[in-house]
Design a binder for this molecule. Structure first.
Ligand code: GTP
Ligand code: MG
Length: 342
């Protein structure tokens, strides 16, 4: 059965390494170019399954997956951006909660846990920055299970202390987590994967965990829907040569050029037409691409894309967008209802 790629949102406290993790997966340096090194918008990147196989190498064994890849959503951790975090959480089929191993749970980590709980989003925890543990012996991109074997007894002890402190903080917040390689039943415990976004250690384990969970627990949810496209607007921008554009996440159905769409505004929904659909290349961040976008005629969920529209008057970031038959389509009413949900 054909399934779509799951939307995987990356959430967590400011500076805990969300963008760095995605940079490591993409082979980019988006984080280095951010103003004040702080993420201020939601981003999106498609990671094809081929890249995941490449990263996982030997630990993948003979396992085969039908998940075509993962669509990662980067969110800001700064306290000012609660609504962007909530939007990122609401879009997600699956999430990664990033926690700095030395800092532990911080206010926006706890806020992220509340968002994930609110939307009943399954998640894993990336216990990041293991390379900062005193004496840690790093080898780039190595699976964590191998990396750990290579540490001195004392370093391993310090690492375990930090990890158990965080497991206990999580349990105080109602999250029962354990090291992923010590979990028998993934429906009962949240998997914790020690990683370094800087050196890439543990990232193979994290990727394998994500596609494994998507394949096992989300298959029915990820069934491809052929219906009208539904999505969420991330940003509204005027672009020279294109006019009004919207960055959006298409999470269900199909989008075609020339299609009529209804989009949420503060007032009545705006009904307009799609002039062009521009799709970032795989492994490119929609906010900061390396390469030119592909101009496509038709697109299936899930995807992060830029669309040029005839009109974007009054469209707000976070608004729902969906393909409709015409300005009288009854589903336009649902746009009004969805827009009013905060
Ligand atoms: P916001 O988007 O602003 O919430 O922050 P973020 O979670 O995206 O953090 P970001 O990826 O920008 O990383 C913050 C800082 O931590 C940067 O200077 C990174 O280089 C550094 N950093 C991230 N991950 C690691 C890691 O695994 N090890 C070390 N040593 N530094 C890291
Ligand atoms: Mg960031």
């Amino acid at each position: 059965m054909a399934i779509r790629q799951p939307v995987v949102s990356v959430l967590g406290h400011v500076d805990h390494g969300k963008t760095k993790l995605l940079d490591r997966i993409r082979g980019t340096a988006v984080g280095d170019r951010e103003a004040g090194a702080i993420t201020q918008h939601i981003g999106a990147t498609e990671v094809p399954i081929g890249r995941i196989y490449e990263m996982c190498g030997s630990i993948i064994g003979s396992k085969k997956f039908t998940v075509p890849g993962l669509l990662f959503i980067d969110t800001p951790g700064h306290q000012a951006f609660t609504s962007l975090r909530a939007r990122g959480g609401s879009l997600a089929d699956l999430a990664v909660l990033v926690i700095d191993i030395r800092e532990g749970l911080m206010p926006q980590t706890i806020e992220s846990i509340h968002i994930l709980r609110q939307y009943k989003t399954p998640f894993v925890i990336a216990l990041n920055k293991v390379d900062t543990i005193e004496g840690w012996n790093s080898t780039a991109d190595r699976p964590f299970v191998l990396s750990e074997k290579d540490q001195q007894a004392h370093t391993k002890e310090v690492f375990e202390q930090h990890m158990y402190e965080i497991i206990s903080q999580l349990s105080g917040n109602g999250v029962f987590a354990d090291r992923y390689d010590r979990i028998d039943d993934f429906t009962k415990a949240v998997a914790l994967i020690p990683i370094s976004a800087k050196t890439g250690e543990g990232v193979p384990d994290l990727m394998l965990m994500l596609i494994g969970l998507a394949q096992r627990f989300l298959e029915t949810r990820l069934t491809k829907e052929e219906g009208p496209g539904k999505g969420t607007v991330l940003e509204v921008k005027e672009v020279k040569g294109l006019g009004q554009t919207l960055d959006m996440i298409l999470y269900s159905g199909t989008l075609k050029t020339g299609a009529t769409v209804a989009i949420g505004t503060r007032g009545a929904p705006l009904v307009t037409r799609i002039k062009a659909i521009l799709k970032p290349k795989p492994l490119d961040e929609i906010r900061d691409p390396r390469d030119r976008f592909d101009n496509v005629k038709e697109l299936h969920a899930a995807a992060g894309v830029k669309i040029a529209v005839q009109d974007a008057t009054g469209v707000i970031a976070g608004a729902p967008i969906r393909v409709v038959k015409n300005a009288k389509d009854p589903s336009i009413q649902e746009i009004t209802e969805e827009t009013s949900i905060k």
